[in-house]
Ligand binder design. Structure first.
Ligand code: SF4
Length: 84
């Protein structure tokens, strides 16, 4: 069974959030309320901080509900993939 994921991007990095994995530890919004604000919709605002700062906070998520990937790397992967 696939886990539901939600994605938020600023064009440079994409933050992936798995609501069912989130333990609501509050780490993310206590650490970076400018980006992670559960009282607002969308609750993750990618223009609230720099890419570096957002990634730093994503890495602190204790449950693994938050993860990220660089958009550039995804593009590179899809353009350099050998034809099957
Ligand atoms: S830090 Fe992770 S587990 Fe905690 S509220 Fe944020 S997303 Fe959920």
């Amino acid at each position: 069974m696939s886990v539901e994921t939600k994605k938020y991007t600023n064009g440079e990095v994409t933050v992936v959030w798995k609501p069912k994995v989130c333990t609501h530890s509050t780490m993310c919004w206590k650490g970076l309320i400018q980006v992670f604000n559960p009282k607002e919709r969308p609750w993750i605002k990618m223009d609230g901080a720099t890419t570096e700062r957002t990634i730093e906070q994503v890495k602190k998520c204790p449950s693994g509900a938050l993860s990220y990937y660089m958009n550039d790397e995804m593009n590179k992967e899809s353009t350099t993939r050998e034809p099957v």
